[in-house]
Ligand binder design. Structure first.
Ligand code: ATP
Ligand code: MG
Length: 263
């Protein structure tokens, strides 16, 4: 059964899409069957996967509104070797249109359920808001991966997000847990980064991924080639960090599996 991760942070530009795309390609590179779901009307994960969002007749929007099956919308990222449920600006309308529909928070969950046996990992790239779209991701997922920049306001936003995760767990999705916090665009020479990073470790302990993603221009350049950085320039420091994150996630998942088997 697939492990479902929602990549969430209501703050914009913290590295959600970069993380989603590189994790998807990195896990695929380790032989895992991966589906990436673009749940952001910006369609950045779609473009970064090498799929032109402007040329799509059908997207995740149609799936959420019950106008098409996930299988009929599915695209393949050849550059990343994973499957993609793409998005474009049409998805912005779903926010309003979903409100009228039954089970508005669990539409993504229902759409992904039949795919769970076909993948090892399903990653959902969320928009920068705690909107109905993000809520759909949190209801569908088992785990939340939170990319964040180590700056002053990051901690404030984090407590809102943790509160939302707790509310979703009590009301809609009892299995939901925080998989980990990922420090992105990290600058080790910056004192504030170090301080915020230390505070994160203090409050969240094991939930903070050991891997630190440095600020690295190759990560920012790769999307314009429609290729994840871990494929496009594997040797770059940014790509190496995401490959280390893949190993960290795989190791944690194997550990949980072993515990389940021996219990
Ligand atoms: P949004 O909230 O708009 O969806 P996001 O959280 O998905 O944004 P990204 O799109 O991944 O964030 O990253 C924001 C910008 O920073 C992009 O231009 C991306 O290429 C760049 N970027 C992401 N991570 C890094 C990094 N580690 N080093 C340098 N640039 C980065
Ligand atoms: Mg994004």
């Amino acid at each position: 059964m697939a492990r479902l991760f929602a990549v969430v942070n209501q703050k914009g530009g913290v590295g959600k899409t970069t993380t989603s795309v590189n994790l998807a390609a990195g896990l695929a590179g380790q032989g895992r069957r991966v589906l990436l779901v673009d749940l952001d009307p910006q369609g950045n994960a779609t473009m970064g996967s090498g799929i032109d969002k402007r040329k799509l007749a059908r997207t995740i929007y149609h799936v959420l509104l019950g106008l098409g099956e996930a299988s009929s919308v599915m695209a393949r990222s050849e550059s990343g070797s994973y499957d993609l449920l793409p998005a474009n600006r049409e998805l912005a309308g779903a926010e309003v249109e979903l409100v009228e529909l039954p089970n508005r928070e669990s539409r993504l969950k229902s759409a992904l359920a039949p795919l769970a046996t076909e993948y090892d990992y399903i990653l959902i790239d969320c928009p920068p808001s705690l909107s109905l779209l993000t809520l759909n991701a949190l209801v569908a997922a088992q785990k939340v991966l939170i990319p964040m920049q180590c700056e002053y306001y990051a901690l404030e936003g984090l407590s809102d997000l943790v509160g939302t995760v707790k509310r979703v767990r009590s009301n809609l999705n009892p299995q939901l847990e925080i998989a980990g916090l990922l420090r992105t665009m990290y600058d080790a020479r910056n004192t504030l980064s170090q301080q915020v990073s230390a505070q994160l470790e203090e409050h969240f302990g094991e939930k903070v991924y050991r891997t630190l993603v440095p600020r690295n221009v190759r990560l920012a350049e790769a999307p314009s080639y429609g290729t994840p950085a871990v494929v496009w320039d594997r040797a770059s420091r940014g790509a190496q960090a995401y490959l280390a994150l893949v190993q960290e996630i795989l190791a944690r998942d194997i550990e949980t599996e072993n515990r389940a088997v021996s219990a």
